[in-house]
Design a protein around this ligand. Structure first.
Ligand code: ATP
Ligand code: MG
Ligand code: FE
Length: 342
């Protein structure tokens, strides 16, 4: 079982091994507080924590019913990274359930979970580069094996990719979350009508880092200039141009990282992988470079308990020792530190 509460989704997922190293999904219960954050234009930590408190027990009930079990063999939980108060709710619940059921407890790294969940759909994972893009994260990772420490190749130096979508949507007067709105509007726009800057794409950026705040500022300046001149803002073209810039940078750097490392598989994860242009461009560039692209179905890309259960299953199979019930949440946990925290 995996319990997830690092951001605005309360998730309880259950998986099991069936024969030849295949993982099977038994339950995927998720409750999201995304609507409660909408009027603030972003996740409000206190609201998220309270929503987790209310949703945890009913979500657990649903997962157990869905799987048709009374208790799992092990309880895994996201210990970090994430919102401090939100993490506390899931971790406290996981410890209580593990103690009450008398089963081992595993404190799991959320980011590694986003990678591991892909094995549920596409089977055993070869050495790969993973690109994680969500409201809170933008990471390029090198994963040799799910039982081994993950190497962080790069991350964002400012805004996360999904966050940039949310901020640009706000500038354009669209709703929250902004990603789906920008994606929808961009279909009606011309991606080359307004060309926005691609941050940190120069040959000297050896680490595979990202920057999206300059792009966001460029969109803001463009909109301001139009308004000052009393001209209408071509919102569809701006959405398309912005989305093109994000998709271009993400896919270019992911493919470059895979080529640098001599790896022939790219895995995508995180809620912003729902973006249609990102998916299409990743597909196109991976095909051109002879790289196999693996993208889990959208429901598994956003935060959920199944990803934590999946990683837990791999770590347990690789011989990981259970964590202490005294393990503390770590809001800033790095992906390269460890996948299971003692
Ligand atoms: P975390 O960062 O901890 O994974 P999160 O709640 O911020 O959690 P997700 O729930 O995985 O992230 O994803 C939500 C983010 O994905 C939001 O920023 C949203 O705007 C973005 N997003 C969703 N759909 C799309 C889309 N079609 N195009 C671009 N961005 C999208
Ligand atoms: Mg979310
Ligand atoms: Fe996440």
């Amino acid at each position: 079982m995996g319990i997830e509460s690092s951001c605005d989704e309360t998730g309880v997922g259950i998986v099991r091994w069936v024969g030849d190293g295949t993982l099977e999904l038994m339950a995927d219960a998720v409750a999201s507080s995304v609507d409660e954050h909408a009027r603030f234009g972003g996740v409000v930590p206190e609201i998220a924590s309270r929503a987790h408190l209310e949703a945890m027990v009913p979500t657990m009930r649903r997962a157990l019913d869905e799987a048709g079990i009374e208790k799992p063999d092990a309880v895994c939980v996201t210990i970090g990274p994430g919102l401090a108060g939100a993490l506390l709710v899931g971790v406290a619940a996981a410890k209580a359930y593990a103690a009450a059921w008398n089963v081992p407890f595993f404190a799991i790294n959320h980011l590694a979970g986003h990678v591991a969940v892909d094995t549920l759909e596409h089977g055993p994972m070869p050495p790969c580069v993973a690109l994680l893009v969500s409201g809170g994260h933008t990471h390029l990772l090198h994963v040799e094996h799910l039982g081994k420490p993950i190497v962080e190749l790069g991350t964002t130096v400012d805004d996360a990719a999904g966050e940039a979508f949310d901020k640009v949507a706000r500038l354009l007067g669209l709703g929250y979350p902004g990603g789906p709105e920008v994606d929808r509007l961009a279909r009606q726009g011309d991606p080359s009508a307004v060309v926005f800057p691609r941050g940190m794409t120069g040959p000297r950026d050896a680490r595979h880092d990202f920057s999206f705040s300059g792009l966001k500022t460029a969109v803001a300046r463009f909109v301001e200039a139009k308004e000052r001149e009393g001209e209408p803002v071509p919102v569809a073209d701006v959405a398309a141009g912005f989305q093109e810039a994000v998709a271009d940078v993400l896919t270019m750097k992911a493919v470059r990282a895979a080529q640098d490392l001599g790896v022939d598989t790219l895995v995508l994860g995180g809620g912003a992988t729902a973006n249609s242009r990102l998916r299409a461009l990743a597909e196109e560039r991976c095909t051109a470079a002879g790289i196999t692209l693996r993208v889990p179905r959208p429901k598994l890309c956003t935060d959920n308990g199944v990803m934590i259960a999946s990683l837990g299953a791999h770590l347990i199979a690789a011989g990981a020792q259970p964590s202490s019930l005294g393990a503390a949440t770590d809001p800033g946990l790095s992906v390269s530190v460890s996948q299971v925290v003692a």
